[in-house]
Design a protein around this ligand. Structure first.
Ligand code: HEM
Length: 255
């Protein structure tokens, strides 16, 4: 993480006429000192966007595989399903590549990117997690708990997302193996297929888990935008540039 000296300057002008937003509550205007932090390294940002793109492709092509030709009217173009499946498998390979880089970065990254940052293990984290839930539900206005990296609720939901990603890869390769009985992927995944009760259980798991990758990004984008609007730190641009502003006059649990 790099920090720079606090930014001092004149207080910004008050917010515009509140009648403009009759339905919502205002977030407080930016005030006080801010400082710059850079918690997100290049490999983390690269894998974030590679995963976002490949998972989007996997969802669209996956639903097409599940219900062929929902995108077309009339007869299917020749070999369309073959191309769709190929796209699914290429995206799957790229997602696995992102996973390999991210796994390496769990050990080589900074304090906000390493393995321990993924788990709310200390009792204090669970207390903060509950406060964070109340804050998101707007039961509490300012919970006084601030993190530079991920708060405990983010730790839990992001780590769960990684877990579901592993489930997708394992179940995906188990289905992939079915095309060549006795082949490498078939032999590797056969014990799992037998243990869970057959390939249809694997397929159902693959299908149902897909929904997490639809629900999660909606919550994720909403909370990122909400934080940006309420905290004025430019957190959204942090996943492009690596850094964002944080208030200089408060303490951070994970610093
Ligand atoms: C987040 C990642 C992924 C998503 C969202 C996703 C989504 C889907 C969906 C919705 C289906 C249709 C399932 C059904 O028939 O009900 C599917 C099928 C399939 N997926 Fe994935 N998938 C992902 C990752 C993977 C990976 C990593 C592989 C590894 C090779 C894979 C291989 C397959 C295979 C083999 C099928 C069945 C294809 C067929 O029957 O022709 N998927 N996927």
């Amino acid at each position: 993480m790099t920090t720079s000296t606090p930014r001092h300057g004149p207080a910004p002008p008050p917010m515009a006429d509140s009648k403009l937003f009759p339905l919502g509550r205002h977030s407080a205007p930016p005030s006080g000192d801010y400082r710059w932090v850079s918690p997100w390294g290049g490999p983390l940002r690269f894998t974030h966007w590679l995963a976002a793109i490949t998972i989007t492709v996997l969802i669209v092509t996956g639903f097409f595989i599940n219900r062929p030709y929902f995108l077309t009217t009339g007869g299917p173009p020749q070999y369309l399903m073959g191309y769709i499946r190929l796209t699914h498998f290429v995206a799957a390979g790229l997602l696995v590549m992102a996973g390999v880089v991210r796994t390496y970065w769990l050990f080589a990254g900074n304090q906000f990117e390493r393995l321990p940052a993924l788990f709310p293990l200390r009792p204090r984290d669970w207390v903060n997690l509950w406060k964070q839930v109340k804050y998101y539900l707007m039961i509490e206005d300012d919970h006084g708990i601030h993190y530079i990296g991920h708060n405990p609720l983010q730790q839990l939901s992001y780590t769960f997302t990684y877990f579901v990603g592993v489930v997708m890869v394992v179940t995906g390769f188990a289905m992939y193996g079915q095309a060549a009985p006795g082949g490498f992927w078939y032999t590797l995944t056969e014990p799992l297929v037998l243990a869970v009760g057959g390939i249809q259980i694997i397929r159902l798991t693959h299908h149902l888990s897909t929904w997490w990758f639809i629900i999660f990004p909606i919550m994720h984008v909403y909370l990122v935008l909400r934080k940006d609007i309420t905290e004025h730190g430019g957190g959204l641009s942090g996943i492009f540039s690596g850094g964002h502003y944080i208030r200089a006059d408060i303490e951070y649990v994970d610093e």
